[in-house]
Design a binder for this molecule. Structure first.
Ligand code: 4NP
Length: 168
């Protein structure tokens, strides 16, 4: 019987900038290693303002420049069920992490972590412990988000391959 996929949820505030970027980048890193069949990857927001919307046009444009397509994604809000369904829930910033901890049910399956410092990366990614919110910033901030998320995704995927003993 096929192994259960490892279920990963990326979370930010609006689910239109950082977490859909993390979803698509992590998916891309998984695909590069031909491990798509072993992962279930999604994203959500702690806020409700953008439910049903596509990712922000600036996030889509930045991802498209790196040949990643975010057009089919739609924003949704984190639910209590997510804590039972997913194995790992990654918060893009400390406020998202604290909001998730407030929502976390007692018998949660998911391990809820700060994306850029997990696992055991006290200095974060390139000195960043949090993915900066690019919503009120310019194009260069969206590039920074992609750089941080790409590097962290590679490290986290390496760690998951190792700890879950995934065949390559
Ligand atoms: P995200 O960015 O959390 O990375 O999706 C934001 C999107 C929308 C808002 C804030 C941050 N907002 O205030 O509507």
């Amino acid at each position: 019987m096929a192994a259960e996929p490892i279920k990963v949820l990326m979370v930010c505030l609006g689910n239109i900038c950082r977490s859909p970027t993390a979803e698509i980048v992590f998916r891309n890193e998984v695909a590069k290693r031909k491990l798509e069949h072993l992962f279930d990857i999604d994203s959500a927001g702690t806020g409700t303002w953008h439910i049903g919307e596509k990712p922000d046009g600036r996030a889509r444009a930045a991802a498209a420049k790196r040949e990643m397509d975010m057009e089919s994604l739609q924003a949704r809000t984190v639910s209590a069920d997510d804590f039972h369904h997913f194995d790992y829930i990654f918060a893009m910033d400390a406020q998202n992490h604290s909001d998730l901890k407030d929502l976390e049910p007692d018998n949660a399956k998911a391990s809820t972590e700060l994306f850029l410092t997990w696992p055991n990366k006290e200095q974060g990614q390139d000195g960043y412990a949090e993915v900066p919110d690019p919503f009120y910033s310019g194009e260069s901030e969206f590039e920074l988000v992609l750089d941080l998320v790409e590097a962290a995704s590679k490290d986290i995927l390496d760690h998951l391959i190792d700890t879950h003993k995934l065949a390559l």
